[in-house]
Design a protein around this ligand. Structure first.
Ligand SMILES: [Zn+2]
Length: 391
């Protein structure tokens, strides 16, 4: 299933973003990848670029690790029944996203809520996205909801079968912090990460999860800390930022004001490394092919962080919080990239400055596992310059 290029050289890069919040920009103009992994980066004159199977001339544009969407609700293949939409994952690839993490396949029609059905669907969903990556996008799915009646042995079975994430706590039948905390502990014991639906109900049938419940449950990620869509009161969001060492996930389909509050609080607390981004699509708000880029631009423009740092929220921060081998410019990490440039006629002296002014960049190419997956985006504003495959 996994297709890789034996040797890929990306040369003539104008700016290299690393995904590392401690050093978001690297010196250099070239990245070399072997067998789908990053092998070296820096200045072309210092690197071994001989014998490349694929050469990309970046034409001076910016290279970033491929963007990660920490919060999606896939169901099967590249189709979502939630908005009856085809090819939403391919569209999102055109927004620079190369990895997605399921927060639960909640929109599956007829979804089972009993324990054995929950286990079966989690394992099946993990498999069908492992076996078929829509347009090459890595979708980490098979994220079971916490349902009444699940026992430790169910989590053992799922963990041993390769299930790595549980879906948003609160969307299943388990609604109390004590039971949720016990199950999150079992999930963790068998290698699964956890997240929670923070804030008011998303749709009829879901419920409120307040800061006390988030803290009692103790998930690894505070899912949509800015609400999905209804946010908690400010004092509770600030309280979560102060108390928690888990990831603060800010989503596109949440409350933008609460997103900026979270970012400002995290910055004041010196906890920007805990900020990660998602879309929470498909959902009632639809799907957002450019949602992650829009969050980067919005937070950079209104949250007082430079654009290079804001890109880390969508790449390296998520990779570190989620223990993924993507999202960082680092030897051995997956050769997943997005190449982008300032959008035509967008104000600002550089791509980063245009983002800081609230504009989206234009995506010119995506690469996954060293293979070019898309060229000029059909969804972003057109970029000033476009990278090209030259060999
Ligand atoms: Zn939610």
């Amino acid at each position: 299933m996994t297709e890789t290029s034996a040797k890929l050289v990306i040369r003539n890069i104008g700016l290299i973003l690393t995904g590392k919040i401690e050093a978001p920009i690297a010196d250099g103009d070239c990245v070399v990848c072997v067998d789908g992994r990053i092998s070296a980066f820096g200045f072309e004159k210092d690197l071994d670029t001989d014998g490349a199977d694929t050469v990309v001339d970046a034409k001076g544009v910016t290279l970033s690790p491929g963007l990660i969407d920490s919060h999606v609700h896939p169901v099967v293949g590249d189709y979502t029944p939630r908005q009856q939409q085809l090819h939403w994952i391919d569209s999102t690839l055109h927004g620079g996203v190369t990895t997605m993490i399921s927060a639960g396949e909640v929109h599956m029609p007829g979804r089972p809520n009993d324990p054995v059905g929950t286990v079966a669907m989690a394992i099946a969903a993990q498999r069908w996205y492992e076996n078929l990556r829509p347009s090459g996008v890595k979708v980490h799915a098979g994220a079971p909801l916490l349902q009444k009646g699940l026992e430790e042995d169910h989590f053992r079975q799922m963990g041993e079968a390769g299930v790595r994430f549980i879906g948003e706590v609160g969307l299943g039948t388990v609604k109390d912090g004590t039971t949720a905390n016990k199950m999150v502990g079992w999930a963790r014991k068998y290698g699964m990460q956890s997240t929670i639906h923070t804030g008011g109900p998303s749709i009829p049938g879901s419920g409120l999860i307040d800061a006390d419940m988030v803290i009692e449950t103790g998930t690894d990620v505070i899912g949509h800390i800015n609400g999905g869509h209804s946010a908690l009161p400010d004092d509770q969001i600030i309280n979560l930022c102060e108390c928690c060492t888990s990831a603060f996930e800010i989503v596109h389909n949440g409350n933008e004001r609460a997103a900026v509050l979270t970012l400002n609080t995290a910055r004041e607390l010196d906890k920007l490394d805990q900020v990660i981004l998602g879309t929470d699509g498909p959902a009632g708000s639809g799907v957002q092919p450019l949602g992650i880029l829009r969050m980067v631009a919005m937070l950079s423009a209104f949250g007082g962080v430079d654009a290079a740092t804001a890109f880390c929220f969508a790449t390296g921060n998520t990779a570190r919080q989620r223990s993924l081998d993507v999202g960082l410019l680092e030897g051995g990490y997956a050769a997943d990239f997005v190449l982008m440039d300032q959008a035509q006629h967008a104000p600002g002296a550089t791509m980063l400055e245009s983002v800081e002014l609230g504009n989206l960049p234009g995506v010119g190419m995506t690469i996954i596992d060293g293979v070019v997956r898309s060229t000029r985006s059909r969804n972003t504003p057109p970029a000033m310059r476009l990278p090209e495959v030259v060999a």
